[in-house]
Design a protein around this ligand. Structure first.
Ligand code: URP
Ligand code: ZN
Ligand code: ZN
Ligand code: ZN
Length: 462
């Protein structure tokens, strides 16, 4: 099948946007230009007045993740379908070994679970506790097509590793071409503050926001930066949410730490006013870190624009309000942490472009290109250059859709933090690996075409 996308405004890369035709042959971009010969193509798609962009890459999702007491509601099928409807054509999912499971068995288990994936997919492996077997196996991960692991400085007794163990992981990973992703918050101190709140009778969901102060995020970002530096390893700080985190990142880099960083829409578009209520409906905003102040929001946008933070991921981690979130109705500490966002991430960013708050080229970088570079997929993904994979979204900036309603989204969860928001930026058409998954806002009904990405780990910016 040869397809020509006519007369769109194409984001070839964040720096190069041109009005042109885009020819696709055998799943790859074949030609870009104005004189592309119509007869050479079987299918023609008119993109006049539309943006033609590399499909979004979401490097932080929790699909079918067992978070101790409960499992996230989206699996690889439903979550990647929602991703594609929201303009994301590649996701990277966090997978976690069971006690005693080898990391190679883990990767095989997840490849089997991912057979009907709408989006391309890769894996990051969570290291939930330290043992010699996993430490040894770390070095072999690149041969399994996995180049990233994740550790936590939060959730003591559940997922947190000690600083000593994080150092050991970083050291081994650094020697092995594996990048360590880190959830950076000071978990033990947060537990003390949260316990104080409960003792004072403050059990409501809104206390989640108050009991995870930004100081404890900044502290952990800097600590991880120093450990990574000593271990001569690259690290990637997930879900940066605060001014304190941005400053700590800058200082650690200044000292020589090799750090990459992401933030998420819930820190760019929502703020801590969402916690100012005693109602349990606030549990919709119980994700970690919490949304911060408007000042933090402004600092995060500046960090994106300066290139200090390169990536906007979703941290999609859905739990139903009428389901697992109820675990914390009498104690906010028991509310499963996480919120949905895989389908709304790209549209929220493109909506900000429509509102002239940010420019389209930079946005292509944050939603796609920089993740492709950081995780070694560029220029096959994250760009529409000759030879790039044909993972493409077409967005009609003229279209004013109805406001977002959870019923219209494809995420398998009973709420969205963005209910009622007017968002212009959902894709009209989405191509995954050269095959149309969505045309004119509807599924084409073709079988899911997502492929496993055995990605290469690229150099991380210093
Ligand atoms: O609240 C969140 N983000 N839940 C998912 C786990 C994590 O910390 O990334
Ligand atoms: Zn996290
Ligand atoms: Zn997460
Ligand atoms: Zn609704």
């Amino acid at each position: 099948m040869r397809t020509i996308i006519r007369n769109g405004y194409i984001g070839l890369t964040p720096d190069t946007l041109i009005q042109a035709d885009l020819g696709i042959v055998q799943g790859s971009v074949y030609s870009i230009g104005r004189d592309v010969n119509r007869q050479d193509y079987d299918v023609e798609v008119d993109a006049s007045g539309c943006w033609v962009l590399p499909g979004g890459i979401d490097p932080h999702v929790h699909l079918d993740w067992d978070f101790g007491d409960t499992v996230t509601t989206d699996d690889m099928g439903s979550g990647t379908k929602a991703a594609v409807f929201g303009g994301t054509t590649t996701v990277m999912n966090f997978i976690q070994p069971q006690p005693g499971e080898s990391l190679s068995a883990l990767v095989e288990r997840w490849k089997e679970k991912s057979g009907a994936s709408w989006a391309h997919y890769g894996f990051h492996i969570i290291i939930p506790e330290m043992n010699d077997q996993w430490l040894k196996e770390l070095a072999l991960l690149p041969s399994l097509g996995v180049h990233t692991i994740k550790v936590f400085t939060a959730y003591p007794g559940k997922l947190m590793l000690s600083d000593a163990d994080i150092y050991k992981v970083l050291r081994t990973a650094g020697h092995s071409g594996v990048m360590t992703m880190v959830h950076a918050e000071n978990g033990p101190v947060i537990d003390v503050i949260a316990e104080d709140a409960i003792m004072a009778g403050h059990y409501q969901a809104g206390y989640h926001g108050i009991t995870r102060p930004a100081e404890l995020e900044g502290e952990a970002v800097f600590r991880v930066g120093q450990l990574a530096r000593l271990a001569k390893a690259a690290a990637y700080i997930v879900h940066m949410s605060s001014h304190e985190a941005v400053q700590a990142l800058a200082f650690a880099r200044q000292l020589g730490a090799n750090l990459a960083a992401e933030t998420c829409p819930q820190y760019l578009f929502l703020d801590d006013q969402v916690y100012e209520s005693d109602s349990f409906s606030v549990a919709r905003f119980v994700y970690t870190p919490p949304s911060r102040s408007l000042k933090d929001q402004e600092v995060l946008w500046t960090a994106l624009k300066r290139g200090d933070i390169g990536i906007v991921s979703s941290d999609h981690c859905p739990f139903d309000m009428e389901g697992a979130k109820q675990l914390g109705i009498h104690d906010f500490r028991q509310i499963p942490n996480g919120g949905p966002g895989i389908e709304t991430r790209v549209p929220l960013l493109l909506n900000a472009v429509q509102r002239k708050e940010i420019d389209l080229g930079s946005t292509v970088g944050w939603m796609s290109t920089h993740a492709a570079k950081t995780f070694g997929l560029f220029p096959y993904k994250g760009a529409l250059l000759p030879g790039s994979d044909a993972d493409i979204i077409i967005v009609d900036p003229q279209r004013v859709p109805p406001p977002i309603h959870v019923e219209q989204l494809h995420q398998r969860v009973d709420y969205t933090p963005y209910e009622g928001w007017a968002v212009r930026g959902f894709p009209r058409d989405v191509m995954v690996g050269g095959q149309w998954a969505i045309r004119d806002y509807q599924s084409t009904g073709l079988p899911p075409n997502g492929q496993f990405i055995g990605f290469q780990h690229a150099a991380v910016r210093a």
